[in-house]
Design a protein around this ligand. Structure first.
Ligand code: AMP
Length: 249
């Protein structure tokens, strides 16, 4: 079974994001970039499927600037077999990424796509769903457990107030939620080995995709600064404030 794992290069989750002075976007110049955390979970799940003998090959793909190679190398060091960089300087929207992924699924005869539920930079939570729709495949979104057997995937999804278990016919698209697994750290020998693995470079045009944006970002702004808190002398003072100032009790 051939797996495709899309990995997005995003601002590292530990970095406090800053908005560019002109309010056009989030500042990425000179900022630490890493693999989207949900994509690390997706890579981990794919590698576990390979370790169980279910997956035969894992292809990591990233779409974006040349530096996305680093993100692919991280996936290779975690256990992916080879990489594909779809290189473009265009600002990619979920629909463009989904079209790129669809073309790769068809080109590589992929049986299963495992990807993050959401990219932590623009929080779109759309690419997996769009890809499944474009392919006409079933989708298992927000997976917190995945089992593949007898030509189907059984997924547990965390929903409001409980868990939902669904069965999907393969081929399918699965998007990873936070509790699916704990991604491994790449060991030094595996980082060295990953240097020798192949990364092919394509362009969106090679895949017949025009990445021209359809959305215009009107403005990006930082959240309002939090007001300083106050220290109260005792519980009685707290109760008084809650009752008479905030009027919540
Ligand atoms: P989003 O719909 O933007 O929140 O992203 C959901 C998932 O789509 C991410 O977790 C990635 O697995 C994948 N994805 C989005 N953008 C890219 C990209 N430029 N390159 C590779 N994968 C991507």
């Amino acid at each position: 079974m051939k797996l495709l794992v899309p990995v997005k290069r995003v601002v590292d989750y530990n970095v406090k994001v800053r908005v560019k002075p002109d309010g056009s976007a989030v500042e990425t110049a000179g900022v630490k970039m890493s693999m989207n955390p949900f994509d690390e979970i997706a890579v981990e799940e794919a590698v576990r499927l390979k370790e169980k003998g279910i997956a035969t090959e894992i292809i990591a793909v990233s779409a974006g600037v040349a530096a996305c190679q680093e993100t692919i190398r991280t996936a290779l060091a975690m256990g992916a077999d080879r990489g594909i960089l779809v290189e473009t300087d265009a600002a990619l929207e979920p629909l463009s990424v989904a079209k790129i992924l669809k073309a790769l699924v068809q080109k590589e005869a992929i049986d299963l796509v495992v990807m993050g539920k959401q990219a932590i930079d623009d929080d779109m939570n759309a690419t997996g769903q769009m890809l499944a729709a474009l392919l006409g495949w079933p989708q298992g979104t927000f997976a917190s457990k995945v089992e593949i057997a007898d030509g189907k995937a059984t997924i547990i999804r965390e929903i409001d107030g409980g868990n939902e278990t669904i069965a999907l016919a393969l081929p399918t698209v699965i998007t990873a939620d936070l509790r699916l697994n704990e991604p491994r750290y790449a060991s030094l020998p595996n980082i060295m080995k990953a240097r020798k693995k192949t990364i092919d470079t394509l362009t969106p045009a090679d895949l017949g995709v025009d990445p021209a944006p359809r959305l215009t970002t009107v403005k990006v702004s930082e959240p309002p600064a939090r007001k300083a808190g106050v220290k109260l002398a005792d519980v009685a003072a707290l109760l008084d404030k809650l009752r008479n100032e905030a009027k919540v009790i």
